[in-house]
Design a protein around this ligand. Sequence first.
Ligand SMILES: Cc1cc2nc3c(=O)[nH]c(=O)nc-3n(C[C@H](O)[C@H](O)[C@H](O)COP(=O)(O)OP(=O)(O)OC[C@H]3O[C@@H](n4cnc5c(N)ncnc54)[C@H](O)[C@@H]3O)c2cc1C
Length: 663
Amino acid sequence: MSQAKPESKPAAGGRAGMNEEPPEHFRAYQHVWVFVEVERGQVHPVSWELMGAGRRLADKLGVLLAGVVIGAPDGGTSEAVAEAFCYGADRVYLCEDPILAHYRNEPYTTALKNIVNSFKPEILLLGATNLGRDLAGSVATTLLTGLTADLAGSVATTLLTGLTADSTELDVNADGSLVVTRPTFGGSLLCTIYTLNSRLQMATVRPRVMPMPARVERPLGPVTPCRLLMDEKDIVTKVLSFVADREASMANLAYADIVVADGLGLQSAGNVQLVRNLALSLGAEFGGSRPLVQKGWIDSDRQIGQKSKPAAGGRAGMNEEPPEHFRAYQHVWVFVEVERGQVHPVSWELMGAGRRLADKLGVLLAGVVIGAPDGGTSEAVAEAFCYGADRVYLCEDPILAHYRNEPYTTALKNIVNSFKPEILLLGATNLGRDLAGSVATTLLTGLTADCTELDVNADGSLGATRPTFGGSLLCTIYTLNSRPQMATVRPRVMPMPARVERPLGPVTPCRLLMDEKDIVTKVLSFVADREASMANLAYADIVVAGGLGLQSAGNVQLVRNLALSLGAEFGGSRPLVQKGWIDSDRQIGQTGKTIRPKLYIAAGISGAIQHRVGVEGADLIVAINTDPNAPIFDFAHLGVVADAIQLLPALTETFRRRLSPHS
Ligand SMILES: Cc1cc2nc3c(=O)[nH]c(=O)nc-3n(C[C@H](O)[C@H](O)[C@H](O)COP(=O)(O)OP(=O)(O)OC[C@H]3O[C@@H](n4cnc5c(N)ncnc54)[C@H](O)[C@@H]3O)c2cc1C
């Protein structure tokens, strides 16, 4: 398959830090549905292509495949129902009403939303046609009502319902998670998207992306009639008449049997006629590449490729095999972050992750150490081998005594250009973020920041998974067109591997070749951090945190007191930071710290997904909440349904007594 083929499955098999079991209420959602698009008496062929894709998903999940037909009686609906069974449907939901004679967003959205709410599909597929896109967007938005009240932005809102548009591949995990792959960033990246917080999972797929399944003559199966319950007078839009399309002769490239196309090689607008003539002689359609559209030589409607009409079964126009020059890039590298003589522990966490990737690819794992001689570099090199490195690249120069972006970027860029790693991992620390960004920009390669999972395909493609759209979607990102593939990972997201005493291995010295006078930034002095006693939440063994359930700024003291009695760090959910009750430095969660303590006590925290992803690595999660249905109880190991304001002082007192040296 293509160079970044995600094997139609999630990169790392799991749900990025989510429990393996889907929440209880997901169980109500079952079966795979395809919206059968009937317009002016005709079914759009993309509906049958989706029926083929839906069949594969349904069979994999062991559930039923249903078609949804919406329209006016005698408006082609009966034929559509009959055909749906011939294309593999096990059941059809049929909503017929004269109001549905012509497509209008309002009644169609109501009809589809009502059927979804009544019969709860797990997966709903629609064609990415004009009608399908319009309907999918509004159904997704409508169904979201009340779920994401704190999220703004119509695109985000739409996506948060779990609608992934213009997908090129569909697959499912055993737990029913729909895995949708689509090209992104101009087709340079492939992004695999999961819907975490809601079932229904919706996707639209463009015509001709999925192959057309064989039609098999079959009798009618079960049809569930559904009522619309709408009155024409309540609908704002009216269809007055149909006006013949000025471009009725418009290109029908997607379904043409023969297509003649060309690109800039034609050299002039006039020469497009040569392609037209050949098409005419073959009874074919004609098209062209994007530059031809940009130059105005052909209509946008005739553009072939990712942004327009993919050829049947194609994958966004990507090559099947990785390009030849990718072969020069090998091995997995970890940037070992040494600052003021100390290695940041995230480097060893990444060494553990890098080891797994390297072993899977059958390549070597290398560490990259950059710094001044005697600035802790020798110790870092020695430790890198103890944490699993097979080799270390070492760039030492007095210029590298303190981190400055310019010389560090040059150092790392030079080492990468000389020894060409396939994958380069850095910690998402202040230093790592700064360096990764500038190195990726300088090397013109892809960087996926703040990943929560890393995995590789057999062809060496790094699948870097990270939360997106406020943490409600997980996105696996592939770098298609460049190497190395770079990713940053936040401290404590990956487990710390065991340290094994090992002798020094091979060390490759690298030269910086920079002159101090060429570097703009100078380090004049170090000033003691005003907040030197700053929270060290990420690496604390015990963390006590509070949420809005604390009800007042004053009650944060109750959390602090319990933390004090346990020798723990304290933190909180994001609203506490927003209200100014705690410092931003103490925020736990997706946009705060990721923690991995032995014990995490959460008092008055609901357990929203953005909080959950930051605490799931804790060995023991104890939740105190007055609401027995609070989502935090879905992943806490120990749940206490109680008023935190009363329980926290009692716990503090008990721990104080028990842990006192005199007790
Ligand atoms: C882009 C984005 C990023 C975000 N990043 C983060 C993040 O990094 N970290 C984060 O935490 N959130 C984050 N959020 C916010 C997140 O979605 C939630 O809104 C937030 O976590 C809720 O905080 P909470 O649990 O304190 O409050 P609520 O959700 O209001 O929950 C309060 C809980 O306290 C319980 N309660 C009430 N009274 C008591 C009592 N007396 N005793 C015990 N329990 C009581 C209630 O039953 C309720 O469950 C982010 C949101 C977005 C959109």
